[in-house]
Design a protein around this ligand. Structure first.
Ligand code: DON
Length: 307
């Protein structure tokens, strides 16, 4: 047992009594069924070591964490031209806010708020049917994690399709500004499926490892993106990955991170490791409460903060 394994286990044990704190997302009805007691942690180092604790092997709904991977795909397909459609600034508003969109001419503040992620998914859809685009996203995650058993949870996708009124409003609003190339229904069909990807902490940490290793997955040797692009994606995760909680996350954890309302967080320690945590109870900004605390403790214990 290495020191890191002991650290991960200690953090998990010390936070375990607090499981169930926070509020499980219920605006997507299917997510409300998840057991609030779940708590998993996975750390995969750039040297290839894996350290797990708790429910690290159980698949959960990655939700907005998928936005990191669709951003990566869109950059690969369209390069820097994507920045004509979406900005690179923190929004200071909730993940599903619509207000800035009108003031700012249909250009969402960043690729991680819902409006920005929908604009990015529209770019991933270019030249594809929705089914093909979903297939491309799933295959990309399997390639990154180097594992085949990554699937879309169809019940979650259907649940959001039936209740995602706010996202339909955002997509139609974007389209009214001429900032969406495809019909709202088609783009959201892909978006809801990417959010409904089910992955474990271990799979997610593996999938994010290229961001910790200058764009190359050290486990497979695959160069996913250039060093510069990995740096830039990490910068966006640090400044925008936790919505209007991004400043607090940077202050407490000091790592690029991306949260999802399923209770997962992917965090990147450049040159060191990729970390995924999962605990369904959320704080007031819609980010995992226990997950954020676990990452704060991990950064403190390892000295991995980028600052
Ligand atoms: O679009 C939505 O509302 C969800 N599919 C994803 C939102 C989300 O994960 C926000 N993150 N904390």
């Amino acid at each position: 047992m290495t020191d890191l394994q002991a650290i991960v286990e200690e953090i998990h044990a010390s936070l375990s009594p607090r499981r169930g704190e926070g509020k499980v997302a219920d605006y997507i009805p299917q997510l409300a069924h998840v057991d609030p007691q779940k708590f998993g942690m996975a750390v995969v180092t750039v040297d290839g070591e894996t350290h797990l604790a708790g429910d690290a092997e159980e698949a959960f709904s990655i939700q907005s964490i998928s936005k990191v991977f669709t951003l990566t795909l869109a950059l690969g397909k369209h390069g820097e031209s994507i920045w004509k459609r979406v900005g690179r600034e923190p929004s200071g508003s909730a993940f599903n806010s619509i207000v800035q969109l009108e003031y700012e001419g249909g250009i969402p503040r960043n690729p991680f708020i819902n409006a920005g992620a929908i604009a990015i998914t529209d770019l991933v859809l270019a030249g594809h049917t929705p089914k093909e685009a979903i297939g491309e996203i799933v295959r990309f995650l399997r390639y990154l994690a180097d594992e085949d058993d990554i699937i879309v949870d169809q019940a979650v996708a259907r649940s959001e399709q039936a209740t995602g009124f706010r996202n339909f409003a955002l997509a139609n609003f974007l389209r009214s500004f001429g900032k969406l190339d495809h019909a709202a229904e088609l783009v959201l069909g892909v978006y809801f499926h990417q959010c409904a990807l089910a992955m474990s902490c271990r799979q997610l940490a593996r999938a994010g490892l290229f961001l910790a290793n200058s764009g190359t997955n050290p486990l497979t040797g695959h160069r996913v993106v250039s060093h510069m692009r990995a740096r830039r994606i990490n910068a966006l995760m640090l400044t925008c990955g936790h919505y209007d909680g991004s400043g607090d996350f940077a202050y407490r954890v000091g790592l690029p991170g991306k949260s999802g309302v399923g209770g997962g967080i992917l965090a990147v320690a450049p040159g060191k490791a990729s970390v995924a945590v999962w605990s369904p109870g959320l704080n007031e900004n819609g980010n995992s409460l226990i997950g954020s605390l676990a990452l704060e403790m991990l950064a403190a214990r390892t000295g991995w903060s980028v600052f």
